[in-house]
Design a binder for this molecule. Structure first.
Ligand code: FA5
Length: 350
């Protein structure tokens, strides 16, 4: 290399440019920066020549040094920006094709049964009830025996009930797919000392299949056990529930009925929220909608769970969540609720 400081500066400048071009990432570029422009870098050290130059040369060299250093710094900054941009493009290209058209993503929504169930639960939670669920595969004892179903009750027939294991009269503990949420009454009373105030909800199974009956459906059930509880409390609770759920002053009525685990037993109806139009699709002009079964817990059931019927009384009710959703949304066939057809489900923006 020539001894002339200006020539040396030019030579360093050339090799700097070559090395900057050759640097393919930020680390390599930084190494070039340190090598040439760092405190003790090759270019920085050229400044030392100033002291050795004659005064008339010193000024010209000083200017050339500053110009060269400025140009090299600019070059470095431009290369750094280009490398950062290239790295960003590479990252994006690896992740996604930016030229592809955006696709509409559907956010999904709650199933109408889930939506109805959650609303029902919220109403009863607000009244101080705990919400429970029980196993779908249930002991025959809890599903039938402890609920005072007689051994020859038709509901125990294989035509009505899915038996999972064993049958009455054999040694094997008979298990069934629960046919209603009422066995949760037994489970609640066996595990909680009175007073008991619970709601049981969930999936139940029967060998039914037509427009308004499905082999798998959902029920919600209320149970209250305390001293001095009577039918008036049951009716008042149902009335409060209907008001809270439907948001208007609709009446409820009880009609005598039979369920083995309540005495007296009653069907409960609510006034039709759509009035009493002869053409009403919901109540068919009667002005009343049948919701489910209810009644005072039978003393035999209290006996079965060791609660003294002389001290405690209680009421229970239960109804189908699917039927309620069908009534409210004018769903013509129950199967529609369980076929997972998006065209149907999209009509419920829950
Ligand atoms: C019962 O299941 C009683 N456990 C209810 C009860 C609880 C009475 C507490 C007294 C005290 P029932 O079999 O009527 O009752 O059924 C109750 C509701 O479930 C019916 O009103 C109906 O809405 C619904 N339901 C019954 N079978 C089906 C089915 N296959 N598909 C859809 N919903 C059904």
């Amino acid at each position: 290399m020539s001894d002339d400081p200006k020539d040396q500066l030019d030579a360093l400048s050339t090799s700097f440019r070559e090395e900057v071009e050759a640097a393919l990432d930020e680390d390599a570029l930084y190494a070039v920066q340190v090598k040439y422009l760092g405190k003790k870098g090759l270019v920085s050290r050229q400044r030392a020549h100033m002291g050795k130059l004659a005064p008339e040369q010193r000024k010209a060299f000083g200017q050339a040094f500053n110009q060269t250093k400025g140009a090299l710094e600019q070059l470095l900054a431009a290369r750094r920006e280009a490398l950062t941009e290239a790295a960003r493009s590479l990252r994006l290209a690896r992740r996604e094709d930016l030229t592809m058209l955006a696709q509409r993503r559907s956010a999904g929504s709650l199933h109408p049964i889930t939506h109805t169930r959650r609303r029902l639960e919220a109403v009863f939670r607000g009244m101080g009830y705990d919400v429970l669920d029980g196993p779908h595969v249930e002991h025959q004892q809890y599903n039938f025996d402890d609920l005072n179903f007689q051994p020859d009750h038709p509901a125990r027939d294989m035509q009505d009930t899915f038996f999972v294991q064993g049958r009455a009269g054999t040694d094997v503990d008979p298990l069934v797919l629960r046919t209603h949420t009422s066995p949760v009454q037994i489970r609640a009373m066996l595990t909680r000392p009175p007073p008991v105030r619970v709601i049981a909800q969930g999936t139940v199974f029967r060998r039914d299949d037509d427009a308004t009956h499905s082999p798998m459906f959902h029920q919600i059930e209320g149970l209250c056990i305390d001293r001095g509880v009577g039918m008036a409390d049951l009716k008042a609770t149902l009335y409060r529930f209907v008001q809270a759920f439907f948001g208007s002053d609709l009446q409820v009525r009880l009609r005598p009925s039979f369920f083995p685990f309540v005495e007296p037993g009653a069907e409960f109806d609510m006034q039709c929220p759509f009035g009493r139009e002869p053409s009403c699709r919901v109540c068919k002009g009667s002005g009343w909608i049948e919701l489910g079964g209810s009644g005072m817990v039978h003393p035999a059931v209290l006996d079965a769970v060791d609660i003294d019927p002389e001290v405690y009384t209680g009421w229970a009710f239960g109804f189908g969540i699917d039927r309620m959703a069908m009534l409210l949304h004018a769903v013509p066939h129950m199967r529609l609720l369980f076929e997972s057809d998006v065209r149907f489900l999209e009509q419920f923006p829950c």
